[in-house]
Design a binder for this molecule. Structure first.
Ligand code: SF4
Length: 367
């Protein structure tokens, strides 16, 4: 938000402050704070540039078992509902040696699960590679694609599970599909943001794929990775979305049978093309469509949950259940929460659990 000038203006007018800084100057916070304390002067440190990759900043991690690792920042896609490209700048990837060093360090500290983060993880190094090719400095053997990065992380001893969010369907290349298939530690739950099932709405959203291309990609992955499952993001009520368009979204949901759907009602973001579109959908219609999607999702989820009963799953034990401190909890490869009886010593280990019952938001199991 601090990279959006109208919000900065509002903050400055509304509050007393010492420092205002944005995401691109986060790494200078200690210096800025020092200057404020010494000079007793306010500091505005917001730069509207693409930002640099800053290595070595300390990271406070909540869990001792699961860690998130940023592999790239920024986005070049300009989906018409999204503010990210305007505030986080253009895509830039961290060097693979720095990412691998960080993950090796995490493995040594006992971390077991890594989630690779980026606005568009599967275009990791694409910009840098294009530039290197133009300059004649491209080296084929380097770890310079998302697929190669997955393969290298898969080799790190101690790491048990690798997840990543979020890829873009248009950038899902065959080498990445092969890497998911071949790397045993890479989760077979692929988060594949749909946003809308209507080709017309996708065009308005500037997503650069059609309904059919999305379905073809899902089919291709199902053929290549038999155990693959999908989760997704869907926006309901984007400007211009007709009843027919919305039904296309329901159609894709029925066909793909997602494990998880993160559903959003479209809300306008100042500064985006979507906000300037005239054909905004009335709130009442958006909410009704949202409820219909939720109903379908919950029906599918109930059937899906039942299919887990009797299955044996490898579960990385994350700790005690929030709702029952006598039970341990972890997740299936497909990210379903599982609770079961166990001992403290099992936390951080991978246990084999048989699923015995299902509940809306979790499964129960035993060893
Ligand atoms: S939705 Fe994702 S891919 Fe699209 S502009 Fe925003 S960050 Fe980029």
């Amino acid at each position: 938000m601090m990279q959006e000038s109208h919000i900065v203006d509002k903050i400055k007018k509304s509050y007393k402050y010492d420092i205002v800084f944005g995401t691109h100057t986060l790494h200078k916070f200690a210096q800025d704070l020092y200057k404020v304390l010494v000079n007793r002067k306010r500091i505005d440190d917001i730069v509207n540039i693409d930002g640099e990759i800053i290595e070595g900043l300390p990271i406070k991690r909540e869990s001792k078992i699961k860690a998130q690792v940023t592999i790239m920042n920024g986005c070049n896609n300009f989906c018409s509902y999204c503010i990210v490209p305007y505030v986080r700048g253009r895509e830039r990837s961290r060097a693979s040696k720095d990412i691998l060093k960080e993950i090796e360090g995490l493995a040594k500290e006992g971390y077991k699960e890594i989630t690779l983060l980026g606005q568009n993880v599967n275009s990791y190094m694409v910009v840098e590679n294009e530039k290197a090719k133009k300059e004649g400095t491209y080296v084929e053997s380097e770890i310079n694609t998302f697929a190669k990065l997955l393969i290298e992380i898969n080799k790190i001893k101690g790491i048990e599970k690798i997840r990543f969010i979020s890829p873009h369907p248009k950038d899902f290349t065959d080498d990445v599909i092969d890497a998911i298939a071949n790397c045993e530690k890479v989760s077979k739950l692929v988060h594949l943001p749909l946003q809308s099932g209507s080709t017309a709405v996708l065009k308005q959203m500037n997503r650069k794929y059609t309904k059919q291309q999305y379905l073809d990609l899902v089919e291709k992955m199902k053929n290549r990775i038999p155990e693959v499952k999908f989760s997704t993001d869907i926006i309901v009520g984007f400007p211009g979305e007709t009843e027919e368009d919305f039904e296309d979204t329901l159609d894709v949901v029925k066909k793909v049978d997602f494990e998880q759907i993160f559903m959003f009602i479209y809300s306008r973001r100042k500064g985006t093309p979507g906000d300037r579109m005239e054909n905004q959908i009335p709130e009442e219609i958006k909410h009704k469509r949202f409820d219909r999607l939720k109903e379908l999702y919950e029906k599918q989820m109930a059937i899906n949950n039942k299919s887990y009963i009797g299955k044996v799953e490898k579960i990385l034990v994350e700790g005690y259940s929030k709702n029952n401190e006598n039970l341990l909890t972890g997740r299936t490869d497909s990210n379903k929460v599982v609770v079961f009886e166990g001992k403290k010593e099992e936390i951080g280990k991978v246990e084999t659990i048989k699923i015995v019952s299902e509940h809306m938001w979790y499964l129960k199991g035993h060893k």
